[in-house]
Design a protein around this ligand. Structure first.
Ligand code: HEM
Length: 396
């Protein structure tokens, strides 16, 4: 069972990839002062109880005015009716109609970018292809100039930051500082584009947010829209590329499953759901307890940081028969890789279209696409993700 993790060089901290799920599904880690929830039903208990758990994990820390300016407007940290109201507005950018347009846009863009790789026998699947494609798509989604997509690289740096959420000895403040610091140039850039859109709105997500009014009629402040956009980029810009990279590793390790998918492309959407479960990219989410509450029979006191191990929940045998088996035809497959409940991933529809269309295009253009056995994959350093940052592939 450790074969998969060992083969790709993933260490013991990714315990769920090694069949080492803890007996205690809800436990307090003294080391970091955080409650860890690793079982599937227990994770659902937390995600389904917004009365007892808040997504605003900053409320447990002494966030100063400067730091607060960097957080307000991030919907992942919001709660209640305004959060729901904002999700509705954002959802307009991911409507079925928009997703249809996206499909043809990706096909056209992807073909153009794949042309640039003609004649090469190997390349970096992420760095030479998928990341760039995603950069253009996110520029178009937000409404920023695509030629300035290199500005999004700041997000790569936060995903590479090897910092652990901790409530011990100012660990929380340090955690937020190290994640927010590298984003400052990106924030300035987004601010300028927001000013342009305020003068001349278009059909893009930044313009949609300029139109947005909170339930009390207040518009979003400039800083709030910046934070919103940074959060969308953080949540979505690299996660779909990661899912494609992780998929390549799963297929390489399971040749029988790879052959099934190549022979029957209708299995592709289900395959991605199975990679979301088996090799979950976004492995950790946080909530702060608002009151003393029991989860899985264990009492969590008020004002505690709770970390939800989504990757581990996705391997829970109480929910998934043969949980450690990779099966592209698995059904049902109610994984929590996109979260669940009030904060369920707002971009899941986009991620599903992106990954399916890009993967189909890759198989069409490069029928012999496979992981380069001579170059090990490089993973992002953040403990909250398990995702390929760079992946050498061969196509000859
Ligand atoms: C494979 C790709 C993706 C994965 C694995 C992923 C994962 C997640 C997860 C686990 C959550 C829930 C977090 C929580 O409850 O604390 C989430 C929320 C979110 N995701 Fe995604 N996501 C992906 C793609 C995207 C894309 C493409 C976008 C945007 C275009 C996006 C935007 C968001 C936003 C804004 C939220 C916060 C929603 C809220 O708090 O109401 N994600 N995502």
């Amino acid at each position: 069972m450790t074969e998969f993790a060992d083969r790709w060089g993933l260490g013991p901290e990714k315990y769920w990839l090694r069949g080492a799920l803890p007996e205690e599904k809800v436990r307090f880690s003294e080391e970091v002062g955080v409650w860890e929830v690793s079982g599937y039903p227990e994770v659902l208990e937390v995600l389904g109880d917004s009365g007892s758990f808040s997504a605003d994990s900053t409320r447990l820390f002494d966030v100063d005015e400067e730091q607060a300016k960097l957080i307000k407007g991030d919907m992942a940290q919001m709660e209640g009716p305004d959060h729901l109201h904002m999700r509705r507005q954002v959802g307009r950018a991911f409507s079925p109609r928009r997703m249809q347009d996206l499909e043809s846009r990706i096909t056209a863009l992807g073909s153009r970018l794949a042309d640039r790789l003609a004649g090469r026998d190997r390349f970096d699947l992420l760095g030479d292809f998928v990341d760039d494609l995603s950069g253009i798509l996110f520029s178009e989604l937000l409404g920023t100039p695509p030629e300035q997509r290199h500005m999004f690289k700041a997000v790569d740096r936060t995903m590479d930051a090897d910092v652990q959420m901790s409530t011990v000895d100012g660990g929380g403040e340090e955690y937020f500082d190290s994640l927010l610091g590298p984003l400052l140039p990106l924030r300035d850039f987004l601010g300028e584009v927001i000013d342009e859109r305020a003068a001349e709105p278009r059909q893009d997500l930044l313009s949609l947010m300029l139109e947005f009014r909170y339930l009390d009629g207040r518009p979003m402040e400039r800083d709030e829209i910046i934070n919103f956009a940074v959060a969308v980029l953080g949540a979505g810009h690299l996660t779909s590329p990661i899912l494609i990279g992780n998929t390549m590793l799963c297929l390489e390790s399971h040749p029988g499953q790879a052959a099934r998918v190549r022979a029957d492309r209708s299995l592709v959407p289900g395959m991605f759901e199975e990679v979301m479960r088996y090799f979950t990219p976004a492995t950790t989410s946080y909530r702060a307890s608002l009151t003393a509450v029991e989860v899985g029979g264990v009492k969590i006191p008020e004002d505690q940081m709770v970390s939800l191990h989504l990757g581990a929940a996705n391997r829970d045998p109480r929910q998934f028969p043969d949980a450690d088996t990779f099966d592209v035809g698995r059904a049902p497959n109610q994984h929590v890789g996109y979260g669940r409940g009030a904060h369920y991933c707002v971009g899941a529809a986009m991620a599903r279209v992106e990954t399916r269309v890009i993967f189909d295009l890759l198989l069409d253009r490069f029928p012999r696409l496979r992981v380069d056995p001579e170059t090990p994959p490089v993973f992002f350093g953040s403990p909250e993700f398990t995702g390929v940052r760079s992946l050498a592939v061969r196509v000859d």
